[in-house]
Structures are given as structure tokens and as C-alpha cells.
Design a protein around this ligand. Structure first.
Ligand SMILES: Cc1cc2nc3c(=O)[nH]c(=O)nc-3n(C[C@H](O)[C@H](O)[C@H](O)COP(=O)(O)O)c2cc1C
Length: 391
């Protein structure tokens, strides 16, 4: 049966669940603890409404473009950083990078990506951001920043919400650990999902491509896994963020901010944007919904300070709800992994098309021909806005 085009994120999730092994689906889909925090993210979007407007001529398609961090994007949403995306489908992060480049949307290459940051920048030369985990080793952190700079990345996204590894009960129950242990249960999981298993066999098992060079001879899966565990070192604090700010000449985003005081402090410390995020409910079960935190952060930061959000966004309507709640830009994580699991490497581009179409319909239903521009404090954007106003 050939996979069909995406009709909704929920459908993609159902198809992915059937098509990829249970341990891989649970890694992608699961959250911390009892997953109440994960559920809160989605519930907040389901509870929010958009009020329809009538008699606004919508014969022409609505314009979904939005400026963010110094450039205008075709859509106001992009792809959040994902570690080990190759578990959803082999070749996942290259497929996501290409889809973002094609759609005029940002793609965030993660530190624990399964393709190197250099190759991902080549796949998405105009769209790629690099996400940094500040791990135990200062040398590795410095080297990752230097590599991102050398590869031509302009935006560095520092993830701040992993002081400790998240406790994900599904992974613990499945005995999921790296390197994979080929227990009878895992073998039967693989045998009952042959399309994924064969594709993975052909492509090779997913590996932490950015970190391989720091793990001795680069083949030691166990030491790589240990390196990865060391990414939740708890070492990142305001002083170290200040040093990263001095070191990185490009745009700096702090991801994983939930408290308005943290957002205000980040803005004061010269960070260019914050990304309101609770890691998709994967780190801390008690965290509030990101849509709720977004409103508080927006109210607290200086006017025009760029604020992005992720967590629980499952449709173009949700994207518009997040923008209405004060987001400059919106990111999605799991939906792109569901698309990969369901449709393979065509999935991310299909999902981009689906989300853009849903957003356009939501804009027509709410009587908008374009997205309201946000007055940004980002220097390059201000210049553009001033020129626009003058001309
Ligand atoms: C499988 C998976 C791996 C992730 N890996 C990372 C990562 O390496 N770095 C990071 O900053 N966030 C990571 N995240 C969090 C996402 O960037 C994002 O915050 C989250 O997925 C948004 O929620 P959503 O999945 O509901 O859209 C990961 C999320 C998932 C689902």
C-alpha cells in the first residue's frame, strides 16, 4: 500500500503508530512522568478559540508570510530541534531540513541529530538554525559553537530546560537504551514493522552524528550514549549564557523558557529571542502549558522583544492561536516525526503543505488577509520595517 498525502496531524500520528516499532513510536510520542504536562500543552490549544469574522473579501489567498530574526519566512512556523530523529524514519533530519528549505520555513538542527550539523546546513542553506546543548565538557561545547560558525549558521538556539535527563516512563518500560539491546521483545517489535526495519537496515542504525568525533575512535556506541547523557549536565547558568552571548556573533535564541522573569532576564542579557517551551512535556511533568506561559512571557518582556513558542501545536489553526496569544513565531516537533513515520522522507514536505493550507483557511475564517506585523526589536528587522514605512 503506498502512503497517501497528509490530511491531519492526528491521522499522521495514527499511521506512524502502526508503521514504526513501538519502542521508536514511544520515544517520539512520550513525555515525562504521567504525561500530564504533555497533555496540558495540547489541551490549552484545544481550549483556545478563534472567533470567525464575516464579509471580509477572501477571494485572494491569505498571505502567510512573517518576519522573524532578520528574515521574512513564507510561513510563521518551523521545525523544532529533535534528537535522534532517525528513529522516526531513516534520513529524517535531512528530509526535514530539505522540506523547510523548500517551504521557506526555519529548521533547527539539534546537537543530538542523526546527521552532522555541516550536512544539515548544506541541505537547508537559508533555513537552518543550530541548537546547542551545553553538556559536561566545555571543550565539546566550544567546538560545537565553532563548527556551527564555520558551517555558516547565523542563529544559535541554546536549550536551557535540561538540568537533568527527563524521566520518560514509556522508554523505561520498553527498556529503551542505547546501544539497542536485541531482546526477544525488541526483535519481535522489529519483525512486526518490516518497512521501518528494512529501511533502517539499508540506511544504518541512527547515531549521534555531531558527537561521534568526540567519542574516542567514533565507533564506541556506549561512550557515545554516555556523551549524550552528559548533555543534561546542569552546568548552564546566567554567567555561562553571558559568555556564549559574547562568543556568538550571530542571533542567539534561548529555548525552554517558561517563567516571565527568566524571559525578562534573557532579554536584558542580550539574547535576541526566547522560545517558550517545556520540551514538549518531555522534561518536567509539572510544567504548565506553553500557550499559558506564552501569554505571561509576552506581557512581561519589553514590547517588540521576539518570542517564539512550541509544544502541542497540531494544526494551522493552532499556529494562528499561538500568534494571537503573542508569539512572533511557532515551532512544531512531534508532528514532523509523525509525518516521517507515516509517509517516510516525503512526510515533512507534505506536512508543511498541510499546515500552510490549514493556516490559510483559518485566516480566511477569521477575516485576515495577512498576518499582523509585529514591531520587532531585532535590529535587521527594524531596519527593514523602517525602510518599508519610509517607502
Ligand atoms: C523525539 C524528540 C526529541 C527532541 N530532542 C530535542 C533536542 O535534541 N533538543 C531540544 O532543544 N529539544 C528537543 N525536543 C523538544 C522539541 O524541540 C520541542 O520543544 C517539542 O517537541 C515541542 O513540542 P511538540 O512535540 O508537542 O511540538 C525533542 C522533542 C522530541 C519529541
Amino acid at each position: 500500500m503506498s502512503p497517501r498525502a497528509a490530511i491531519s496531524v492526528d491521522d499522521l500520528r495514527r499511521q506512524a503508530r502502526a508503521r514504526i516499532p513501538k519502542f521508536a513510536f514511544d520515544f517520539v510520542d512520550g513525555g515525562a512522568g504521567t504525561e500530564d504536562g504533555l497533555a496540558r500543552n495540547g489541551d490549552a490549544f484545544r481550549d483556545a478559540c478563534l472567533v470567525p469574522r464575516v464579509l471580509v473579501n477572501s477571494a485572494a489567498p491569505a498571505n502567510t508570510r512573517r518576519a522573524f530574526l532578520g528574515r521574512e519566512w513564507s510561513v510563521p512556523f518551523g521545525i523544532a530541534p529533535i534528537g535522534l530523529p532517525g528513529l522516526a524514519w531513516p534520513g529524517a533530519d535531512t528530509a526535514m531540513a530539505r522540506a523547510a528549505q523548500w517551504a521557506g520555513a526555519p529548521f533547527t538542527a539539534s546537537t543530538p541529530a542523526t546527521t552532522t550539523l555541516e550536512d544539515l546546513k548544506a541541505a537547508a542553506p537559508d533555513s537552518a538554525f543550530f541548537q546547542l546543548y551545553v553538556g559536561k565538557s566545555p571543550e565539546i561545547t566550544d567546538d560545537l559553537i565553532a563548527r556551527a560558525e564555520a558551517a555558516g549558521y547565523e542563529t544559535l538556539v541554546v536549550t536551557a530546560d535540561v538540568p537533568r535527563p527527563g524521566k520518560r516512563l514509556r522508554d523505561l518500560r520498553n527498556g529503551f537504551a542505547l546501544p539497542l539491546r536485541f531482546t526477544p521483545r525488541l526483535l519481535s517489535d522489529l519483525a512486526t514493522h518490516p518497512a521501518w526495519s528494512l529501511a533502517t537496515l539499508r540506511h544504518g542504525a541512527p547515531r549521534f552524528a555531531n558527537l561521534a568525533r568526540y567519542a574516542g575512535d567514533g565507533t564506541g556506541a556506549r561512550s557515545l550514549a554516555e556523551l549524550m547523557a552528559g548533555q543534561s549536565s546542569g552546568r548552564l547558568d546566567w554567567d555561562l549564557l553571558g559568555r556564549i552571548r559574547e562568543r556568538w556573533r550571530g542571533t542567539l535564541v534561548l529555548k525552554g523558557v517558561m517563567h516571565p522573569e527568566d524571559a525578562v532576564r534573557a532579554a536584558a542579557q542580550g539574547v535576541d529571542a526566547v522560545q517558550v517551551s517545556n520540551h514538549g512535556g518531555r522534561q518536567f511533568n509539572a510544567a504548565p502549558a506553553t500557550l499559558v506561559a506564552l501569554r505571561e512571557v509576552r506581557a512581561a518582556v519589553p514590547p517588540g522583544f521576539p518570542v517564539a513558542v512550541d509544544g502541542g501545536v497540531r494544526s494551522g489553526e493552532d499556529v494562528l492561536k499561538a500568534l494571537d496569544a503573542g508569539a512572533d513565531f511557532v515551532f512544531l516537533g512531534r508532528p514532523f516525526l509523525y509525518a516521517l513515520g507515516a509517509l517516510g522522507t516525503d512526510g515533512p514536505a507534505d506536512l508543511m503543505t498541510l499546515l500552510a493550507a490549514e493556516l490559510e483557511v483559518a485566516m480566511a475564517q477569521t477575516g485576515r488577509q495577512r498576518l499582523d506585523p509585529r514591531r520587532s526589536t531585532h535590529k535587521a528587522e527594524q531596519r527593514e520595517q523602517d525602510l518599508h514605512a519610509a517607502g
